[in-house]
Each structure stands twice: as C-alpha cells, then as structure tokens.
Design a protein around this ligand. Structure first.
Ligand code: C5P
Length: 232
C-alpha cells in the first residue's frame, strides 16, 4: 500500500474561459490541482496560467511536447516564466530528446516535474498495431517508461492498468500520473484502458487526472467530493 496520498487533478478541457471559471468556482478549495491541456492553453495562453496560480492552484501543463531534441529544449526554455508544477513530453521523442529535456527542465523550470507520456490511454492494442508498433501494450509502456527514467525524467504518465507492474519496476521516487480514470458507472468515452479512482490509488498512482466525469456532471462539486471521499 502506498505511503502517500493520491491527489486528484482536474483536466480543465473546456471550450471557454467562462466555463473554466464556472467549474473552478463550483469545485472551490476542494480542488488543488488543475491540468491545462492544448485545448485551453492554446486558446487562453500564459495569462490564464498566471491568473490560476494567483488563486492558489497547482498547475500541470499538459502540452505533450514531441519534436526534435533541439526544438523541445527551446520549447522548455520558452516556458521558463510560467507558474507550472508539472509539464509533459512524449517519451516516443526518444532517449536523446528525453535526456536533453531533463537537463533543460532542471535549468529553466527547476520547480517543475517533467513527466513522460508513454502510450496514450485512448489507444488499445489494435491502435498500436495500426501505427506499426508490434510490441504488446505492457511491453511498450515498460520500454518507454524505463527509457524516460534512465534519462532522468521525474515521472511517468500511463494508464492505471500499467501501474501495477510499473510501480515496483521503477525507482520509488518516480511520480506516477494516471489518466483513464472512471468512477464506477461513468461513461468511458474514448478512454480504453481505465480503472476507478480507488483502484488506481491502490495501484500506486500519485496523481489521478480526471476530466469528463467531473466536467460533464450535473453537479461537478458532488462528483469531485465523491472521488475524494473514495480516496480517503
Ligand atoms: O476526460 P478524461 O478524464 O478522459 O480526461 C483525461 C485527460 O488526460 C485528457 O486531458 C487527456 O488529454 C489526458 N491524457 C490522457 N492519456 C494520456 C495522457 C493524457 O487521457 N496518456
């Protein structure tokens, strides 16, 4: 059993700033962590992150950078002024990119954990084969996660289903962030490798990323409270 408390990150994937502000108002101080992904960051920009930080939220900027090593490093340098506590890059960018990004993050974002995305939780085995990857999903995730940790990346984004195996495989100070979380009874949407909040916590997740189950609920605060109660 984990000796840390699993925390919830709300994926603030919404179509307008008004909607984001409404959800934040509803969930209030129960919500500590917010994930800003491409949809919101590309529309609202850095100023939104600064405003969020002023309200006391911890910010996970989920840009999933994936490019040649030099461009990824320069992108990290460009983010150096942002109040972010976590940032994602794709592990499939390869070992050189991962190592250089880890070094750049230590210099330009010293208070930010750099996380490597392994295999997206929306992908199943047949999706992986269709992009030419013959490995089984668990082997592919292990390979990418180990490569990232060897490159001094702080943490891994993976499905909770892979956590059970990965947690003991990787150093104990590795941060595990898991999307693909669905409270029992909620719609899976495009997520294909899912677990409930308590199952993912027991598997060793430090952070659960949850979007639509909270965002599309009639009462987001209630759903968040239920999830937090399930975790405590
Ligand atoms: O709405 P839902 O709970 O599926 O949201 C999951 C969030 O986690 C989305 O913002 C998605 O971009 C992100 N994510 C993911 N799978 C990964 C990495 C990030 O679903 N491997």
């Amino acid at each position: 059993m984990a000796d840390f408390k699993t925390q919830v990150i709300l994926a603030l994937d919404v179509e307008s700033r008004a909607k984001a502000e409404h959800i934040l108002e509803t969930t209030g101080s129960k919500l500590k962590w917010v994930k800003i992904g491409l949809q919101t960051y590309l529309r609202e920009g850095a100023s939104f992150l600064h405003d969020l930080a002023l309200t006391g939220k911890e910010i996970f900027l989920d840009l999933k950078l994936h490019d040649i090593p030099n461009t990824m490093v320069k992108a990290i340098e460009s983010l150096s002024h942002l109040p972010i506590q976590m940032l994602t890059i794709h592990s499939t960018a390869g070992p050189e990119a991962l190592q250089k990004c880890a070094t750049a993050a230590k210099e330009f974002l010293p208070n930010t954990k750099l996380l490597a995305v392994t295999v997206l939780t929306s992908m199943n085995q047949s999706d992986l084969s269709s992009i030419g990857i013959r490995n089984k999903i668990p082997d592919q995730v292990d390979k990418l996660a180990q490569m990232a940790i060897e490159a001094q990346i702080d943490g891994i984004v993976c499905s909770p289903l892979e956590l059970v195996r990965l947690r003991p495989l990787l150093p104990s100070n590795t941060t595990f962030v898991t999307p693909g979380i669905r409270p029992s009874g909620s719609a899976s949407g495009d997520q294909k490798r899912i677990m409930t909040p308590s199952e993912a916590s027991q598997a060793g997740a430090n952070f659960l990323v949850i979007g639509r189950p909270i965002l599309t609920a009639k009462n987001p605060e209630y759903v968040l409270s239920e999830i937090l109660a399930e975790l405590s």
